[in-house]
Design a protein around this ligand. Structure first.
Ligand SMILES: Nc1ncnc2c1ncn2[C@@H]1O[C@H](COP(=O)(O)OP(=O)(O)OP(=O)(O)O)[C@@H](O)[C@H]1O
Ligand SMILES: [Mg+2]
Length: 223
């Protein structure tokens, strides 16, 4: 039987560069002829993209717990329909945000604490196994820096409901990520995101080479 593939989550504050780096990662893996699936949360499949719209719509209002449950619902369905089949077929899966985002944003940002962990453990449990990401590549950028990038006119990303939270919220999320990176140290790889996009990608590329356990020239042998 084929071995399970590697499941990598890209984590970080809003505007930390996750989506930009994922584009570079996709290009790199394609060049190296590594088979992969790239996806995002919340979303990645039609049901979860619809839930995403409900969560992020600036006109919607909801309690923190409702928000947490919606993220967990989107996560579970995306996991079942898309991530698990790919992981089980031995594919490398790279996901823009995963469980650590909920622990940081709802656990620390919304101050829901332990409930978020409990809800998420339930959401990622399939056939008596919890599907945590094998590795979280955490792009470390302070909240002010990320928000400034998002608010800059050059960014084509739409402002969403969470961006509009007070700066205190973003600080709590950032503190949350910092604590999580210690608590789950063996699952975190911390990248300095306050460098040029090229420099950030250089760090990520080194990490990928190690994770894929191949030399740059030999990557295609992974096929
Ligand atoms: N290293 C960087 N230096 C300066 N600007 C950057 C850097 N990386 C990304 N950006 C810019 O910052 C903005 C946000 O980047 P990106 O959308 O990749 O962040 P993100 O982490 O995916 O954000 P979100 O969580 O909100 O989706 C974009 O305009 C992007 O071009
Ligand atoms: Mg993004």
């Amino acid at each position: 039987m084929k071995q399970n593939g590697l499941f990598i989550a890209i984590e970080g504050m809003d505007g930390s560069g996750k989506t930009s780096q994922l584009e570079r990662i996709k290009q790199y893996l394609t060049e190296k002829k590594v088979s992969f699936l790239s996806t995002r949360e919340p979303g990645g499949i039609p049901v979860s993209e619809q839930i995403r719209n409900v969560i992020l719509n600036v006109d919607n209002h909801m309690s923190g717990l409702t928000e947490c449950l919606l993220y967990a619902s989107a996560r579970r369905e995306h996991l079942i329909q898309k991530v698990i089949p790919a992981v089980q077929s031995g594919q490398l899966v790279i996901c823009d945000r995963y469980v650590m985002s909920s622990l940081a944003y709802q656990g620390y940002g919304r101050e829901l604490g332990q409930a978020v962990l409990d809800i998420n453990r339930l959401a990622i449990q399939v056939d008596q196994r919890e599907y945590w990401a094998d590795v979280n590549i955490y792009i470390n950028v302070r909240p002010e820096v990320g928000l400034e990038r998002i608010m800059a006119k050059t960014s084509d990303r739409e402002i969403n409901r969470l961006d509009l939270e007070a700066i205190d919220f973003h600080h709590r999320v950032y503190e949350g990520y910092t604590k999580l990176s210690t608590q789950y140290a063996e699952q975190f790889i911390i990248i300095n995101g306050e460098q040029s996009e090229e420099e950030v990608f250089e760090e990520i590329r080194h990490v990928l080479e190690k994770l894929l356990a191949v030399q740059p020239e030999q990557a295609s042998e992974l096929e």
